[in-house]
Design a protein around this ligand. Structure first.
Ligand code: LRH
Ligand code: MN
Ligand code: MN
Length: 424
């Protein structure tokens, strides 16, 4: 389905008075409001193709209805999100869950929704029906060179799909590791993985990046061969300048100081991008900002600080992607919430008085430094984010309009109540 082009304008008109009242404080009192709005307009967050269906757990899956049945329908869903918020202008594909066949048609469709293709993801954590050799004991680390080669070939194939669509990065997440002490020779596993990644790296086009995503646990529970930012950083450093670390917020051990990790990686020029989500226990893939919004803000605080120090473009120099999906919400509503939470954290980080913060730090004024961050975090920046959306042509309140237009009901009408999207 396509949104009625007048629907957003009509809705915004109905909300305009209240919005302008809230915005007037900002435009009248806050000198930085205008540059923040402009930065927000430029800031786009990629939607993962695998989050458009209701995620399952190993205990069950409760499909919500109207789920996209094909890549084309997944793109239509992202097109809907982008029409509503003007901040979801990219899709990240996962191969072979998504198999583009007619590249020109897919590219044309993307252009019609104003979507770009963010990083393409490979999948060597599942066996596919037609696959010759199994990944049960790993892929790029496998003791059998033939399995490693099969996984390398798959990754190169994913690069070729991405190239044909105009993507500029490959994300490699490996479930490789071991479940029991003694199972794996750590040094050999590292060496084999590095060699395999080296072959994939060698097949990267000149202007591409390789993102090495790490994860502390699951599905292997004793060791993960790319288990933390340190090992990802090591692989990325050894591979070369086109290789970077990708930070998925849910992939850390409890209480990890992710903002510090982010700042160090950024300072080393090795931060590639993010998979945004939130978690209380593990890799929960919950809506971004739903559990620890202060942490999300502190991450953006480091990002703004570090990117400005390095003269990096906020919008384009890192991969901004969501990796969240689950069982009990409409996936499109969930994604609208995630995008908004990320924008809010970004806007709050832009609000931080950096000079005052540095002065407080240099003077060891701990309370004042803390106050400066908390002050920004406790500020309601929703009018700024809404204004950025309005100016870009999106809806003042995307989720409210999504409900008002009965989008899910329309999708169920078009696609059926029992459709299942490929993905997690
Ligand atoms: C692994 C992960 C990785 C996969 C995605 C489906 O937990 O975060 O990014 O590609 O989930
Ligand atoms: Mn991820
Ligand atoms: Mn994950």
């Amino acid at each position: 389905m396509q949104l009625d082009p007048n629907a957003i304008a009509d809705y915004n008109q109905s909300q305009l008075e209240g919005h302008q009242r809230k915005l007037s404080y900002w435009t009248q009192e806050v000198a930085t409001a205008e540059p923040i709005i402009r930065k927000l307009i430029d800031f786009q967050i990629a939607i993962p193709s695998w989050a458009l269906g209701t995620g399952g757990t190993r205990f069950g899956r409760f499909a919500g209805g109207g789920e996209p049945r094909s890549l084309e329908e997944k793109m239509a869903d992202v097109g809907l999100l982008h029409a509503l918020n003007q901040a979801s202008g990219a899709i990240s594909l996962h191969i072979p869950w998504d198999i583009p066949t007619d590249y020109d048609a897919i590219k044309g469709l993307a252009a019609s929704y104003s979507l770009a293709f963010d990083a393409v993801n490979s999948n060597t954590f599942q066996d596919q029906p037609e696959q010759e050799l199994s990944y049960k004991f790993g892929s790029l680390q496998h003791v059998d060179a033939a399995v490693r080669q099969q996984a390398i070939d798959h990754n190169i194939d994913v690069i070729r799909h991405g190239e044909a669509l105009g993507s500029k990065a490959l994300t490699v997440w490996l479930s490789d590791g071991s479940c029991f002490p003694g199972q794996l020779n750590f040094r050999k596993a590292f060496g084999r993985t590095l060699d395999s990644l080296g072959e994939i790296y060698a097949a990267l086009p000149e202007d591409w990046k390789l993102f090495v995503e790490y994860k502390a646990f699951e599905p292997n529970f004793y060791s993960m061969t790319v288990g933390d930012w340190g090992s990802s950083f090591l692989y990325a450093s050894k591979l070369g300048p086109k290789a970077y670390t990708l930070v998925d917020l849910g992939h850390h051990l409890p209480n990890a100081n992710i903002e510090q990790i982010v700042s160090i990686l950024l300072n080393e020029g090795k931060l590639g991008g993010f998979h945004f989500n939130d978690s209380k226990y593990g890799d929960d893939d919950l809506t971004a900002g739903s559990i620890k919004p202060y942490q999300l803000f502190l991450i953006f605080n480091e990002l703004v600080d570090g990117m400005d120090a390095r003269g990096m473009n906020h919008a384009t120099s890192l991969g901004w992607m969501i990796d969240a999906s689950h069982n009990v919400k409409d996936p499109l509503e969930d994604l609208l919430q995630s995008v908004e939470a990320i924008q809010l954290a970004y806007a709050q980080a832009l609000l931080v008085d950096r000079q005052a913060l540095e002065e407080a730090r240099e003077a060891n004024d701990v309370a004042q430094a803390q106050e400066i961050l908390q002050d920004a975090f406790r500020t309601d920046v929703r009018p700024l984010v809404a204004e950025a959306r309005r100016r870009a042509g999106g809806a003042l309140q995307p989720l409210a309009l999504y409900r008002q237009l009965n989008v899910r009901q329309q999708l169920i009408g078009e696609r059926g109540a029992k459709t299942i999207a490929t993905g997690l």
